[in-house]
Ligand binder design. Structure first.
Ligand code: G4P
Length: 302
């Protein structure tokens, strides 16, 4: 993933998406089930204002099912239809045409009242880079559709893809940006693998994810790293991981960065089971779980 978003890119992305929305009846907003709000564009409500919308929680195969249900409830309470899916295996995807038909009910009824012929519902997929837009388009189109770059400047001619006889999908997704300014959002995205490894500090990201797991998934850490008890804090936990994985530098000290990288790879590849990196409750906490130590220190000694 090559991604560099500048204010100009964001304005351009927004313009491109807004222009294409004119052809659309129902918007499909694709989020990562493991971190739905952190993988959401901050301006999405403004961008798609007033349009029928379906939220898809993709990569549900990697998320904690109980937490995914909390998210479905969360969005439902906001009046948004929400469906967990897995674009790779296709689980849940066959429900899309029916739900889009329901969401476009008003449009279809207006056409019928005017004596116009029924037509397929037109939709497009919107989401931040790496959330699975291309995988979903390929799954719906039943073919491999070329992937555009992650930058809105990269465009290709768009086409309608038929999904059965009830749905038509634009084969080029709308690419939007995440909430860059929020430190916790960046950490969750990085932990999930949505940000190129060259751009992240493994230790910082792993310390966030370790703190999160010590809080919500302690048992998984104990089992994975064969520990009898949880260490006192996240730094000790990283030390233990370094010891268990043989990450040592000269002198026998822990190689934190190496251990952090290994831990993140194991997390992302599902070796610790299905894990969600954010829950609705996390957004209500004054101090988010896994907040970086540097930020905590800065707040204590301003
Ligand atoms: P994008 O167009 O939104 O940028 O995302 P894309 O479809 O390229 O998907 C990004 C990564 O997420 C890909 O993995 C893809 O295989 C994976 N992915 C997409 N949907 C799902 C899903 O529902 N479940 C799981 N487990 N993974 C999903 P990658 O490692 O970057 O690429 P590749 O090795 O699969 O080619």
């Amino acid at each position: 993933m090559t991604i560099q978003w500048f204010p100009g890119h964001m304005a351009k992305a927004r313009r491109q998406v807004t222009e294409r929305l004119k052809q659309i009846d129902v918007v499909i907003e694709l989020l990562d089930a493991r971190l739905p709000l952190s993988s959401r564009n901050p301006m999405i409500d403004e961008i798609v204002a007033g349009m029928p919308r379906l939220i898809l929680l993709n990569k549900a195969d990697m998320a904690d099912q109980e937490v995914t249900e909390q998210w479905v409830q969360y969005f439902r309470e906001k009046g948004l239809r929400t469906l967990p899916i897995d674009a790779l295996s296709g689980k849940g995807v066959n429900r899309l045409p029916g739900i889009c038909q329901e969401l476009a009910g008003d449009m279809l009824a207006r056409r019928a009242e005017k004596g116009m012929q029924a037509r397929a519902v037109r939709t497009m997929i919107l989401g931040i880079p790496n959330v699975g837009k291309s995988s979903l388009i390929n799954r719906l189109a039943k073919r491999s559709v070329a992937k555009t770059g992650d930058r809105p400047a990269v465009t290709k001619a768009q086409q309608w893809v038929k999904v059965g006889d009830q749905l038509e999908l634009l084969d080029t997704p709308g690419i939007l940006w995440p909430k860059f300014e929020d430190e916790m959002v960046g950490l969750r995205l990085a932990a999930s693998g949505a940000i190129k490894d060259e751009l992240i500090d493994f230790t910082e990201v792993a310390l966030y994810a370790i703190a999160y797991m010590m809080h919500y998934y302690p048992q998984r850490l104990l089992e994975r790293f064969k520990l009898s008890a949880l260490p006192a804090d996240r730094i000790e936990m990283l030390e233990q991981i370094a010891a268990k994985r043989g990450c040592l530098i000269a002198g026998g000290e822990a190689d934190y960065d190496k251990a952090a990288e290994i831990f993140l790879r194991e997390l992302r590849s599902g070796k610790m089971g299905t894990i969600s990196l954010e829950r609705p409750i996390d957004w209500e906490l004054a101090e988010p779980i896994g907040k970086p130590l540097s930020s905590l220190q800065a707040e204590q000694n301003p």
